[in-house]
Design a protein around this ligand. Structure first.
Ligand code: F6R
Length: 605
């Protein structure tokens, strides 16, 4: 949601800002804007629509400034139109602001400023900051005015702030919305995440909440509004590959990222499995062994697909460890009076590490002294800095709005963690066999991905339906949830997931010859039970699409998966459903990587 990019250096800012905006598109947006400042002049362009349309408009213009800011807007306050597109200005059109987040007290601030004769040009909450700074400038210097204004803001923000009269000066500020600093050779960048900066640097500073960074004449200084003093910067390296943030030869990021699922698993497994000793080694957990021994209850928390990973974790931990385990949705958990205590382990799951509901759920649990682990994909993101220990997923950058490879990497960490915690505990599961199967799993997924044309044919057959059920039991209920969400998200088809056994308790009423039901039914201990449900759907003329390793001819469509052990079937069935959603969406002409109304990083509540 909303993307921010800023540049101060020696190069022309225009291509850097435009390229940055393009790389931030994946976050989701409806309009975009850019501001370039040179010694003599400033240039502002705004567009309701795509970054490439903005770039088209600018391409033949001679714009030479070395300071620039860009913004992709995902509307919250004020409609999607040019006047609400960032940057926003004060009355004199000198102080500029771009913003990601929500100013909760904007209404009161705006009323107060209007009483002082400030004239507003937009319906946004953002614009109040520019006027507030303008107001304080009457009695103090720019930096002090900015700090004073920021102290009045309630809500969440990542801001870039500057003045058209200061071509070597840029300010960044963050509270709850992401903002990072990238350090290049004689150039400094600010951005919502590392993706647009990997081309220029691997050195980053992840700003903390209440940090304000002042960039002036090539130098920077970080001031903390919380500590009321300047802070020592902590520079971190991210060694993501630049090719990982391009579509390479693929038509869509989503397809590329599905194809990267085997690699996401391998990369996440490699540092943590000693295949010789048949042991799991989590260096990250070395210092927490005693704490983990005392844990009596585990709670997984996340949103959307990350929540499904948590549900998978619940079923798996229940099987492997003799513990009480819950899987919770962040946006619910944060408002509940959940009985956390010091013997609860909270496992926070997030691809982006910036999902606001998950951040708030974690903060609430931390008040009760809960020990927390993070299964997060973006290093340095907000959640990585809030959890006690990070068990990062190494899926690499995920840019399609719909999460795919990150889910497989999250489930991988969950299996590894379960095995790690099961050490020296009695468990019915064949631990050594599970470790060994990790070697074959990526190869089995590769095999499925190579057979994409079979899945494409099924997509061709199902695209005519408007309504879908996805049914499975236990682990495959998780697959069902994921399959239904993906089909909804990117193909805009109505899909609901149920545990297969629930189907008789209501949902079956909708089934007829116009209805499609996708069964995920591997040949495991629950096969026969789910098979009965499948027959019940067929008996009502429903169209059955079956994913299984046991052949079945008498269905509308069938895809055969390789065989594996029970806990690993979702690793094989999920890629099938990812491809099925992808091809169905493609055949229906949907905008796959950036589906309508959605954003990659959900930083507003
Ligand atoms: C589904 C999807 C979303 C995210 C959810 C959590 O395809 O992408 O449901 O899984 O918004 O996002 P993260 O994992 O970044 O916390």
């Amino acid at each position: 949601m909303c993307g921010i990019i800023g540049y101060v250096g020696k190069e022309r800012a225009v291509p850097i800002i435009l390229n940055g905006l393009e790389k931030l598109e994946y976050r989701g947006y409806d309009s975009c804007g850019i501001l370039i400042i040179s010694d003599k002049k400033s240039f502002i362009f705004k567009k309701v629509g795509k970054v490439k349309e903005l770039a088209e408009e600018i391409k033949d213009k001679k714009i030479d400034g070395n300071l620039g800011v860009g913004h992709t807007r995902w509307a919250t306050h004020g409609g999607v139109d040019e006047k609400n597109t960032h940057p926003h200005f004060d009355c004199e059109n000198k102080i500029f602001v771009v913003h990601n987040g929500i100013i909760e007290n904007f209404f009161e601030l705006k009323k107060d400023l209007e009483n002082k004769n400030h004239k507003f040009n937009s319906d946004t909450d953002t614009e109040v900051l520019a006027h507030l700074i303008e107001e304080y400038l009457k009695e103090m210097q720019f930096k002090e005015a900015v700090l004073k204004a920021l102290k009045q803001i309630k809500g969440t923000y990542a801001f870039l702030i500057g003045s058209l009269e200061k071509p070597n000066f840029l300010i960044g500020a963050r509270k709850s919305s992401p903002l990072i600093l990238g350090l290049g050779e004689n150039e400094i960048f600010l951005a919502s995440d590392p993706t647009p900066l990997l081309k220029y640097t691997n050195k980053f500073i992840f700003l903390d909440d209440y940090d304000v960074v002042f960039i002036e004449d090539g130098e920077f200084e970080i001031y903390s509004l919380l500590l009321n003093k300047t802070k020592e910067p902590k520079i971190e390296e991210i060694n993501w590959n630049v090719t990982e943030v391009s579509t390479s030869d693929y038509e869509h990021y989503m397809l590329k990222e599905i194809k990267e699922e085997p690699r996401a698993i391998l990369q996440t497994v490699a540092p943590r499995v000693n295949f010789l000793k048949k042991e799991i080694e989590f260096e990250e957990l070395e210092k927490s062994k005693d704490k983990l021994k005392k844990i009596e209850k585990v709670v997984f928390v996340g949103c959307g697909t990350a929540y499904y990973a948590g549900l998978y974790g619940k079923y798996l931990f229940e099987d492997i460890l003799n513990l009480q385990v819950d899987a919770e949705i962040s946006s619910e958990l944060r408002y509940r009076n959940y009985p956390f205590n010091s013997k609860t382990l909270l496992i926070v799951i997030s691809q982006s590490g910036e999902t606001i509901d998950t951040i708030e759920a974690l903060k609430k649990a931390k008040e009760k002294k809960v020990f927390s682990l993070g299964i997060i994909n973006v290093p340095g993101s907000s959640l990585t800095r809030l959890v006690d220990v990070n068990l990062l997923t190494f899926a690499g950058p995920e840019l399609a709005v719909a999460s795919t490879k990150a889910l497989l990497a999250q489930m991988t960490v969950i299996v590894l963690l379960a095995l790690y915690l099961a050490k020296n505990k009695k468990t019915a599961l064949p631990i050594e066999k599970i470790i060994y199967e990790f070697k074959d799993l990526p190869l089995k997924i590769e095999e499925i991905l190579r057979r994409e044309n079979e899945i494409e044919k099924i997509a061709e057959k199902i695209k005519k339906f408007n309504n879908f059920y996805f049914l499975g039991r236990k682990f495959e209920y998780v697959t069902a949830l994921e399959g239904a969400l993906k089909l909804k998200e990117i193909a805009y088809l109505h899909a609901e997931a149920y545990p297969a056994g629930e189907m008789k308790h209501g949902p079956i009423a909708l089934v007829d010859e116009n209805f499609a039901t996708i069964f995920i039914n591997p040949y495991n201990s629950l096969f026969e039970k789910t098979k009965s449900n499948l027959e019940e759907i067929k008996a009502r003329k429903g169209n059955v699409i079956l994913i299984s390793d046991k052949e079945e001819n008498d269905v509308f469509a069938f895809f055969k998966i390789p065989t594996t052990i029970e806990i690993f079937y979702p690793f094989l069935t999920i890629p099938v459903l990812h491809l099925l959603a992808y091809f169905t969406a493609k055949k229906l002409g949907r905008e796959i990587d950036r589906p309508r109304n959605l954003a990659k990083s959900v930083t507003v509540e």
